[in-house]
Design a protein around this ligand. Sequence first.
Ligand code: FMN
Length: 269
Amino acid sequence: MDQDLLRARYGDDIPEAAALNDVLRLLINHRSCRHFTDEPLPPGLIEALIAAAQSAATSSNTQTFSVVVVEDAARRARLAELSNRQAFIAQAPVFLCWVADSSRLYRMGERHQQKLEGLDYLESFIVAAVDAALAAQNCVIAAESMGLGTVYVGGLRSKPEDVARELALPQGAVALFGMSMGWPEPARAGAIKPRLPQQVVLHREQYGVAGEAEAVARYDQALAAFSESQGMGPQAWTPRMLSRVGTPQALSGRHRMVEMLRNLGFPLK
Ligand SMILES: Cc1cc2nc3c(=O)[nH]c(=O)nc-3n(C[C@H](O)[C@H](O)[C@H](O)COP(=O)(O)O)c2cc1C
């Protein structure tokens, strides 16, 4: 059973892992979900998930993230439009927008008539972005433990100024990514997608690249077989990555991110 899970995650490159417990099994069993039923979430479930999100570690307890939960169908449709028209955003009952949020501390500074100059630096944006990501991933794990499905939506960064207007975000707050959430359509719940062999990710004591090309070639084969099994054709990793980050245009408008963040109140000094 555990070997099957690890095989699904790593193909033939199964690591010699210690025995798994239920939490590890849940984590290794992750798959993004892009097909949802229209059943709503029961009352209080969002609040329980956000309690898990807020329980993540946070840099110096700054808690520089917020989340805007969007259930209104018309607003979800508008956010889908702003996020490269991904259909599941309108389909799933809930869309969470994860916000790197320095605005709360800026407001605290104003209340105390103190300019919080440290917030103007790139470091503070990184702190907020890391905090938001950690909270969001705790939320994903908690949601999956309840049988919910989720998928992150980086497309929410394609038009951040428009998204900020839609969500009424103050200056110093930016929606970093979205997350569709709901009950998975059982027949289309998704499958475990193989990851890179640990050999190229896990380094001991110092970074090493020996064997990387061969391991990536094996992963190309595993991912192509997976894609084919999912009806998407034999898409290997290497060509996908070469085109995903090959040109500024491939960033889908997000090559303007520094300018967009400055417009949204992050000076990034
Ligand atoms: C920050 C972030 C943004 C993502 N954005 C999208 C997206 O816009 N659309 C989408 O279908 N999947 C998106 N994904 C999901 C990834 O494609 C997915 O996690 C990856 O292919 C691995 O598949 P798995 O989650 O099923 O293991 C995103 C994932 C992350 C972490």
